[in-house]
Design a protein around this ligand. Structure first.
Ligand code: AMP
Length: 429
């Protein structure tokens, strides 16, 4: 038997409602903040990710699905969403839009060749936003607030926001030098990746999962001490907005995020629900003012985030959040005999054309078994089509909850069902 490829999984019909729920909240909230959806290709030129994600990142060095296509081009399945959105923004000159700030969101699968474990897949799903075009701390705060609001709407409680600043390029470069000086004497004790990071991107040593308990981590220089005045002010303004919005956060000076292109604000949202791993990152983001230029566009500020949807579904399950599931049918049509089947099927199609969700029997079941099936499908009403009734232009309708059955004129069928469905829904609330 051929099985799904390692690191991938099927979302079965019984679970897909959870994804619809998550996607609907993402869409609703992004649109409330006036972000517009953008859909970019699943594969892009490999160069895009090498430049856009950063040559020294784990994603580019170890995790990309890269192959030559039949034309000899190097292609990569997208490992994240930002690079594609920024490429499209540059290619379509969206920066020339008089609205200036382009507020975009995306939802979809990403691909990373990673070691498998719970909550870590090779085809993962992310949603993210990118706000391109404004150097304003209000945008950083807006992006954080938007993500926090999505979590709130989902009903997730056991989450916390961690935030830090990497400062502007001057502050970051001073901090970089301080880190190199500090870690140089310890470098022989650090992992192979950190040995490379020391020269390429020493900030990422602070983020290393292998060396995180190394004693040198404790005394490492702190970014806050290397911020210039402008960077301090920028960070303070972001925090002030968050305070105004009543968003709780913790400042985590070791938070640097995996990608090379961040400056100023970086943040993460972590879940600490039991059974889900301690402080598992659900996602995060930050400011990346150099990225658009790196990808060939004009110098343009940007802020964004990306969250893992697979992990959000796990977090919803771990917090036992009741996800609305609307999989019952409105009407089940019961055919009393072979002779009425064609007539019943005609009615079935008519109901569907009138937005009534309905189903019938395809297995020549006996009437009793058809009622049983109606129950299994959680039908609200059963329509019973009998020969005599057809002759009289009538049909019987049974409320499956109260078991009350009546005969109605066929001519009024659609309106009668709609009225009853409305009363049925009202009786539930
Ligand atoms: P990143 O793009 O690496 O910043 O990841 C953002 C979020 O995507 C993470 O916090 C996870 O929730 C999710 N994520 C990243 N990699 C994976 C993966 N391999 N499997 C499942 N979720 C992932």
């Amino acid at each position: 038997m051929i099985q799904s490829a390692k690191g991938t999984y099927d979302i079965l019909p019984k679970d897909v409602y959870k994804w619809h729920y998550l996607e609907s909240i993402i869409k609703k909230t992004c649109e409330l903040y006036n972000y517009k959806e953008m859909r970019t290709p699943i594969f892009e030129s490999t160069d895009l990710f090498v430049r856009g994600v950063g040559e020294s990142t784990d994603i580019v060095t170890k995790e990309m699905y890269t192959f030559l296509d039949k034309g000899g081009r190097s292609i990569t399945l997208r490992p994240e969403g930002t690079a594609g959105v920024v490429r499209s923004y540059v290619e379509h000159k969206l920066y020339a839009d008089p609205n200036q700030l382009s507020k975009l969101y995306y939802v979809g699968p990403m691909f990373r060749y990673e070691r498998m474990q719970k909550g870590r897949y090779r085809q993962l799903h992310q949603f993210g936003v990118e706000a391109l075009g404004a150097y304003d701390p209000a945008v950083d705060a807006e992006v954080i607030a938007l993500s926090v609001n999505i979590f709130k709407q989902l009903g997730l409680k056991q989450v916390k926001v961690a935030i830090n600043t990497l400062g502007d390029s001057e502050s970051r470069s001073n901090y970089r030098k301080a880190l190199i000086n500090y870690f140089k004497p310890h470098v022989h004790e650090l992992c192979a990746d950190c040995k490379k990071r020391l020269e390429q991107n020493p900030l990422r040593i602070l983020d290393c999962k292998v060396d995180k308990k190394h004693k040198a981590m404790l005394g490492a220089p702190n970014m806050i001490d290397y911020l210039n005045e402008e960077s301090k002010q920028f960070f303070n303004q972001v925090l002030e907005y968050l305070n105004d919005f009543k968003i709780e956060y913790e400042i985590d000076t070791n938070l640097v995020r995996g990608l090379d292109y961040y400056n100023h604000t970086v943040y993460e949202i972590l879940s600490n629900v039991k059974g889900f791993g301690a402080h598992t990152a659900l996602g995060g983001g930050g400011r990346y003012d150099g990225l658009v230029e790196e990808i060939g566009g004009p110098n343009t500020p940007g802020v964004g985030f990306a969250f893992g949807m697979d992990r959000l579904i796990l977090a919803l399950e771990a917090e036992n959040i009741d996800i609305p599931c609307n999989d019952d049918v409105d009407v089940y049509i019961i055919s009393m005999s072979d002779k009425t089947k064609r007539y019943a099927t005609k009615i079935l199609e008519k109901l569907r054309k009138n937005d009534i969700k309905c189903e019938e029997d395809y297995f020549k079941r006996k009437v009793k078994a058809q009622f049983k099936q109606a129950d299994r499908l959680k039908a609200k009403f059963a329509l019973i089509v009998g020969e005599e009734e057809i002759l009289e232009n009538k049909i019987s309708i049974k409320n499956m909850k109260t078991e009350k059955q009546e005969t109605i004129d066929l001519i009024n069928l659609i309106q009668e069902i709609k009225d009853r469905l409305e009363d049925y829904d009202d009786s539930k609330t």
